[in-house]
Ligand binder design. Sequence first.
Ligand code: HEM
Ligand code: HEM
Length: 473
Amino acid sequence: MSAVSHQEYDYDIVKICVVLSIILGLVGTFFGTFIASQLAWPALNFDNPYLSFGRFRPMHTNTVIFAFGGFMLYATAFYIVQRTCHVRIWSSKLAWAAIWLWLIGLVCALLTFPLGITQGKEYHEAEWWIDIILAVSWVLYSLNFIMTIKNRRTSHIYVALWFFLGMMFMVSYIFVFNGMALPVDMTFSYSAYAGVHDAMVQWWWGHNAVGFFLTAGFLGVMYYFVPKHVGRPIYSYRLSVVHFWSIMYLYVWVGAHHLQYTAIPDWTQSLGAGMSIALIFPSWGGMLNGMMTMSGSWHKLRTDPVMRFMIVALAFYGMSTFEGPLMAIKSVNALSHYTDWTVGHVHSGALGWNAMIAIAALYHMITYIWRPMYSVKLINVHFWIHTVGAVLYITAMWASGVLQGLMWRAFDDYGNLVYTFADSVAAMHPFYAMRTIGGALVTIGFGIMLYNLVKTLQAAKAEEGQQTAVASA
Ligand code: HEM
Ligand code: HEM
């Protein structure tokens, strides 16, 4: 069947998500820098419960993951599914409903967190009624995606779409499973699970928010935008299919690596560790597939900052998926758990891999749905400032994490602890200050991106005005 013309695609739903993702990326990294400053300078808690670190932390994590990352995933899914299936989105109305519900759900979450209204489950903090709004949005988004694929005018389903489908399916059911609760009122609910079961279900969700939301979805983004941007086919289609199925199979088992040395059965902890170690193979296969797709186009790196974002994102994907299996080994986890090493690992994935591949995809889409970016120089400045910021953040946390772990387990000849906990807190100060500087750089980078977007939109509007004037003359 013949392809539809680009005018027939619904890009309005993509445009709104692109704009929201960039604005919320700026807000979320600003929150991150704020809580990083609070850890470095506790006076910034202002003795005010509404501004305290404990209440602001989920504001940061939810904004960066579900608002910045979420709207990027909405934008890219709507964009990719139309372009690879050569068909308009199944229902624009449903897409708008999904977008509005996602935004309303997130705004409600961000309004309730400072009041201390949460379920107390990490990455699932929002209360039960907000969960319902978000889940309905997610189901509408997934249904629209599936129906668009069903109506496709192409014979096969491109691998990027498989990754999105995997994410949609897994996130839907694990989110709902973990969110099961008995509501008391709008501000409080009891989890359906108790004790170790609650912990296991929570981390089954927790690591699959990482494995499917932050990994499978973002890999779908990588599999579409890397080949498209460099103008080469994916290095190995076969490898991408192996990558897909092994990621789908392995990720669901690894949640227990968050619960090493706790009250959950020992065999469960070992299973989580074993599956985590196995995960390095598909992860690196995918990383190499992305990198090899770029080979032959390396010369473009000199002039194309978007491609630089892509290659560094893949390098960080490789690094964080090497580090994760390492940290899952029980003896390594004995040192790393509860320390900033975990936070360093998180942000090498989040700032290095997730944010950089997202930023690359957003810049790429802006060019196609509006016009080329207002300033390529500013994209380049953004690239450097983000990279330096991320490296500062991650190295600070690695150093402080290992130092913390070693200080906590240092004993003298008589078996007494060498350092008090307060000594370790004091030793962290320079690293926390360094992280704040790194975070501020990343936040400024998002500010530059937003400025570049606004200027691009103004230029697009001016061009549209000129065309209308010429047409009516
Ligand atoms: C092969 C892949 C990976 C494995 C096996 C893995 C493994 C681990 C391990 C062992 C921990 C520490 C758990 C603890 O001691 O509490 C951890 C924490 C974490 N990882 Fe990974 N990781 C992987 C990739 C990634 C990637 C790509 C990201 C992307 C952002 C990521 C995000 C996180 C987060 C958010 C946490 C912290 C969870 C928390 O305590 O709140 N991981 N990971
Ligand atoms: C300006 C950039 C950023 C700064 C300064 C920043 C700062 C922070 C800080 C201070 C924490 C709390 C750490 C703790 O409790 O000890 C945190 C946690 C976290 N951040 Fe960020 N962050 C930034 C960007 C991001 C991005 C872009 C993402 C995701 C895409 C992200 C995901 C997370 C996650 C998942 C956690 C929880 C980690 C854990 O429980 O181990 N952050 N961040």
